[in-house]
Design a binder for this molecule. Structure first.
Ligand code: ZN
Length: 451
């Protein structure tokens, strides 16, 4: 269900290798004419730098260098007998990270190709820039020619990953730039025959590309969308877990807890302390039971007043009162983790109050597709989904899969098992079953923020 790559750790180089490309040329050599192949075909499929592109330039940000192609006659020739034998004319993917050099950047009045895999005039797989426009992918076979939609690239865009996938069996060729799907077109026939040209920043057809390249790879299969996303971000985080949060201790949350906890699923309940034990809310004993089972019982406020209009001192009172109640009930693990009532706050009053009360983190309700640990801010982390009664299980699963692709954490908020902001017990139980079936990890802010 979950591609292995999602759990891969380590360098970008390792992530590319983990997808088993036939050939993979980081182009990080600093001298010589050999471009080493780190793909599955091994060093017998090494490439050759032609006309000495300048090596050892700054790379995409992964610690490796790039190669500068002069736009006159530089290229890297990767045509080898092992590649000829392994090239899959029916399906494949190609990747290149590109960055324009100084003016005229990648283009002038003629096209500048990025890669070219060619049998003959009727069997070509290529891509290039022309007149400042990316004429994306170009594939011509016995089934005709396909052009992918163009996309303007800024000369200042820095390194940009371009990935094209194609498969005759699915009948599609798709181009992704920066991980975004730019265009998809139909294809009907395979490339037939033995390659006579194979390389990056090269031609025999159009002019050469002027600019930097790195991480050139070719696969004999169509990459999955998840793989494209991972490979399009060198520093992409790994997926770290589901953060299942509940605000206001509505009594429906007790049923959620009772179903989930025996399955090993953890949740977080943000408590409005004035409401504990009131009609429609969880009791102190129920909260203690959840606390004892490893759920995090955390701070919402004293009485659910919006923090937005409150002074710093009043916000502190809201927090410390709630902390005091929870501590009095001997639930102390969660008293330095919180969530804003209504998701509302003014940073100028709220953040100093959170510091003064020792809060480690505070969750808002603004939408984030995932919580990226590289960019997270502890006092305003948001939600992947604010659950409403009409949300379907399929929508939630799609959000979770998206967060898995993006990395970091998936965070959701459920209020109750009924009402406008509620989510039914049946939906919740189905979600829990799906989480278990897929082996997904659930965590609380205690797991995220203490360190
Ligand atoms: Zn609330």
């Amino acid at each position: 269900m979950l591609p292995l790559i999602m759990h891969s750790k380590g360098s970008y180089f390792a992530k590319v290798k983990s997808t088993s490309p036939l050939v993979y040329f980081p182009l990080n050599e600093v001298s010589g004419s050999t471009a080493i192949n780190y793909g599955t075909l091994g060093t017998v499929a090494n490439g050759t730098y032609i006309h000495a592109p300048t090596l050892g330039n700054p790379g995409i940000g992964d610690g490796k260098t790039s190669a500068l192609f002069d736009g006159v006659n530089d290229w890297v020739d990767v045509l080898t007998n092992p590649l000829k034998a392994a090239f899959n004319g029916s399906a494949g993917s190609i990747m290149v990270w590109v960055k324009g050099d100084v003016s005229p950047y990648w283009w002038n009045t003629t096209g500048h190709s990025w890669f070219n895999f060619k049998v003959d005039a009727a069997n070509i797989f290529s891509a290039w820039l022309a007149n400042g426009v990316l004429n994306g992918g170009y594939l011509t076979t016995g089934g005709g020619s396909v052009w992918l939609e163009t996309q303007q690239l800024s000369e200042n865009s820095g390194f940009v990953p371009v990935i094209i996938t194609w498969s005759v069996s699915t009948g599609l060729i798709s181009m992704y730039i920066n991980g975004h799907l730019i265009d998809t077109q139909a294809i009907t026939a395979a490339i037939v025959g033995e390659l006579t040209v194979a390389g990056w920043a090269m031609n025999n057809w159009f002019s050469k590309g002027k600019g930097y390249m790195a991480h050139c790879a070719l696969w004999d299969r169509s990459l999955t969308t998840s793989e494209v996303l991972i490979l399009s971000s060198p520093n992409k985080d790994i997926f770290r877990g589901l953060v299942l949060t509940f605000d206001d201790e509505f009594d429906g949350q007790y049923g959620f807890f009772q179903y989930a906890a025996p399955l090993g699923i953890k949740g977080t309940i943000y408590v409005t302390s004035d409401n504990i034990g009131a009609a429609g809310y969880m009791t102190a004993a129920q909260l203690q039971e959840a606390d004892a089972a490893g759920w995090l019982i955390a701070v919402h406020s004293k009485d659910h007043t919006s923090f937005y209009g409150l002074s710093q001192a009043d916000i502190e009172t809201q927090i410390t009162t709630c902390q005091g109640v929870l501590s009095g009930l001997e639930m102390t693990r969660g008293i330095y983790h919180g969530a804003y009532p209504f998701g509302a706050y003014n940073p100028s009053t709220a953040f100093p109050a959170l510091v003064a009360t020792g809060m480690l983190d505070f969750r808002g309700t603004h939408n984030l597709s995932s919580l990226d640990t590289r960019t997270r801010y502890k006092y305003c982390w948001g939600l992947s989904r604010y659950m409403a009664s009409g949300d379907t299980l399929a929508q939630v699963q799609a959000d979770i899969n998206n967060a898995i692709s993006e990395g970091g954490y998936y965070t959701q908020l459920i209020h109750d098992d009924s009402g406008v902001d509620g989510w039914s017990d049946a939906n919740w139980q189905a979600l829990c079953d799906w989480i278990v079936a897929n082996g997904l990890t659930t965590v609380t802010p205690e797991d995220i923020w203490i360190s």
